[in-house]
Ligand binder design. Structure first.
Ligand code: X8Z
Ligand code: ZN
Length: 622
């Protein structure tokens, strides 16, 4: 959820952001900034009572402004015009100015002894801004104009493909289905023609946000983002390295296997059997999930998969609304309340034909109470079946913590927010569940375990290095390590380093490939998804244990399990009121990040992949 620039309204759109936050002590630079800001703060004495009153006032002001901002943001995201962009820039500038004023005001209480919850809220005021503006006239307005323009430019992007103008939705389907490398190359390169225009705006945005971050006592905006995890920012970065080292051998195994199968299909001229993989051959515009090319890499010996989720959905005439209803039904089966009627009246579930919208899926709470909605350009396919569960996870989390005070209405950390729906999705993709809801006629036997796990790994394991590399690029951009002239080369270097991928051909001199991935122009921090890809397996393993499941984890479904639902809801209701390890412990009994659950889930596949790769030269030498 964002609440920086933006408000707490949407998770995933525009980098909402109280996501960051935590019980960090103020550092000395922040304390030094306090005296000059004190004059701007209202007259709350520097006492415990003064701090409590200051926080109550801040929460009331932010809550009111947040709802107004959310409704304007929704209006712009579901109808992009000159006027809605104008309105959004204006309210976002006002919101950012208020957030910065309050963050600076909070610093007055750095040396005051205050109750724990008040200290946490004072810290959250400072850490909950995704892109702060500096405190000089015009800065917040300039920043807001740029961010609205970047997000809108991405969202209206179209390019020419085989003689017609296509949207990203069209391109996503084509790149998923095409097995012609010339076509996939044209799609990959075509979509990236929408982003060079963004590069100057992006560089300017980095300058302004860094100026704002420094005024709040951070070295740069990336350092501010890393501070939101209830631990020292450097320790957090090291923690992501540690998790990556834990899962990297799985990824290298998968990479090696997929590369060999692509080589067998396309030949050495298109995909050599060594070195990096050509990014456009993986069935996804950003090569972030590879499940769409399951048919190309399916096992040639042993079991075969007897179904394809997209085919099941289309053959049973599912439409977008029915997919969302099906998603809701899963949450209801866990004992959670049905979605309110207003969800159905106010959500945007398919792409409107008469106007420009932000199609990238997001979940919103407009009034911080019950006005929850999703905004998706849903298509009837397996990917969007999963995304529906993902988005509803955000909505169910938002509703669960709605009775918390305003500053605690957020995920335990931003990775939690992304992991709720993914955790539910892990059960919703099991053949057992698909059979229970009548989509699949027969539950396959264990001969289909490897095909199933391979399909899952193509999405979940393939995602991990992408989940890491996006913010590794941004952290370097914000720190100045990567200058604007190096933006694109640094992006390609990260693709190679983390994912072992290369673009299908040389990139043009003016390329700005990062801008062709929503979360860059949308300013949504991305490490949250890397974390979510660990947390969802921790949640799943714990839930299956609670359910008394003793079989393999990939066959476990918690559909219909109200006890698990109740315990899960206890964690969700906590919102951001406590440091995230306490929320993790409340549901799983574990109090840290632990990639061993990923290893447990995929263990049989990893053995199988190791066998398949025997004698092969794995890795890509970068
Ligand atoms: O952006 C999303 C969600 C909305 S929070 C659709 N995801 C990331 C992406 O699409 O890049 C979910 C998986 C990763
Ligand atoms: Zn999400």
């Amino acid at each position: 959820m964002k609440r920086s620039l933006m408000t707490a309204a949407a998770v995933c759109a525009l980098g909402l952001g109280l996501a960051a936050c935590a019980g960090m002590a103020m550092n000395s630079e922040a304390q030094a900034a306090a005296p000059e800001q004190a004059a701007a703060a209202p007259a709350f004495p520097a006492t415990a009572e003064g701090a409590t009153a200051f926080v109550a006032d801040a929460e009331a002001r932010l809550a009111a402004l947040n709802e107004e901002a959310a409704r304007i943001q929704w209006t712009r995201a579901t109808n992009i015009t000159f006027d809605t962009m104008w309105l959004e820039s204006r309210i976002n500038a006002k919101y950012t100015e208020t957030q910065v004023e309050l963050a600076n005001g909070a610093a007055r209480f750095n040396d005051v002894q205050v109750p724990d919850d008040v200290r946490r809220k004072l810290n959250l005021l400072r850490l909950g801004i995704v892109l702060p503006a500096p405190n000089r006239p015009g800065a917040a307005a300039e920043l807001a104009e740029i961010t609205t323009r970047l997000d809108s430019t991405y969202s209206v992007g179209k390019f020419d493909f085989q003689g017609r103008q296509i949207t990203l939705d069209d391109a996503n389907i084509l790149i998923a289905e095409s097995r012609n490398p010339e076509e996939t190359k044209a799609l990959y390169e075509g979509w990236r023609t929408i982003s060079p225009v963004m590069a100057p705006d992006y560089a300017r945005m980095v300058e302004i946000a860094n100026e704002g971050s420094r005024e709040l006592g951070f070295a740069d905006t990336g350092a501010m983002w890393r501070a939101g995890y209830d631990m020292d920012p450097d320790a957090f970065a090291a923690e992501t390295d540690r998790l990556w080292e834990q899962v990297k051998p799985f990824y290298e195994n998968l990479h090696c296997y997929v590369r060999n199968r692509l080589n067998a299909k396309y030949g050495d001229a298109v995909q050599p059997d060594h070195g990096p993989i050509r990014a456009d051959l993986l069935g996804n515009m950003w090569s972030q999930q590879w499940g769409n090319i399951y048919d190309v890499v399916a096992p040639t010996t042993g079991g075969e998969s007897s179904y394809d989720l997209t085919e099941l959905l289309t053959s049973q005439n599912y439409d977008a609304n029915r997919m969302v209803k099906t998603g809701e039904n899963f949450y209801v089966s866990m004992g959670l309340d049905p979605l309110p009627q207003t969800f159905w009246e106010r959500s945007m579930i398919t792409r409107p034909q008469d106007r420009e919208v932000v199609c990238h899926a997001s979940a919103w709470n407009l009034d911080n109470l019950e006005d929850i909605r999703i905004k998706m350009c849903t298509q009837v396919n397996g990917d969007d079946f999963y995304t529906v569960h993902h988005e509803l996870g955000h909505n169910y989390y938002q509703r669960a913590y709605k009775d918390q005070p305003f500053l605690f209405k957020n995920g335990a950390n931003d990775g939690f927010h992304e992991a709720i729906g993914d955790f539910v999705g892990l059960s919703a993709l099991t053949p057992t569940y698909l059979n229970q809801i009548g989509l699949l006629q027969t539950v396959p036997g264990d001969e289909e375990d490897i095909p199933f796990l391979l399909k899952m790994a193509l999405d979940k394991i393939a995602f991990l290095p992408f989940g890491l590399m996006v913010d590794r690029w941004r952290w370097d951009v914000f720190s100045g390590e990567t200058a604007p002239a190096e933006y694109n080369d640094a992006w390609s270097a990260n693709m190679l380093k983390y994912q072992g991928l290369v673009p299908p051909g040389p990139r043009p001199a003016n390329a700005f490939d990062p801008g062709a991935k929503y979360h860059i122009p949308g300013n949504t921090p991305y490490t949250r998804y890397f974390l979510a890809h660990i947390y969802q397996f921790q949640f799943h393993r714990a839930a299956c244990k609670q359910a008394g499941w003793t079989g393999p984890l990939h066959r476990c479904s918690i559909y219909g399990n109200k006890e698990v639902g109740e315990r899960f809801n206890v964690m969700m209701e906590m919102g951001q009121s406590r440091p995230w390890p306490e929320a993790m412990a409340a549901f799983t009994g574990e109090n840290g990040n632990d990639a061993s659950a990923v290893a447990d889930y995929f263990a049989p596949l990893n053995v199988w992949l190791t066998e398949q790769n025997r004698g092969k030269d794995c890795g890509w030498g970068a």
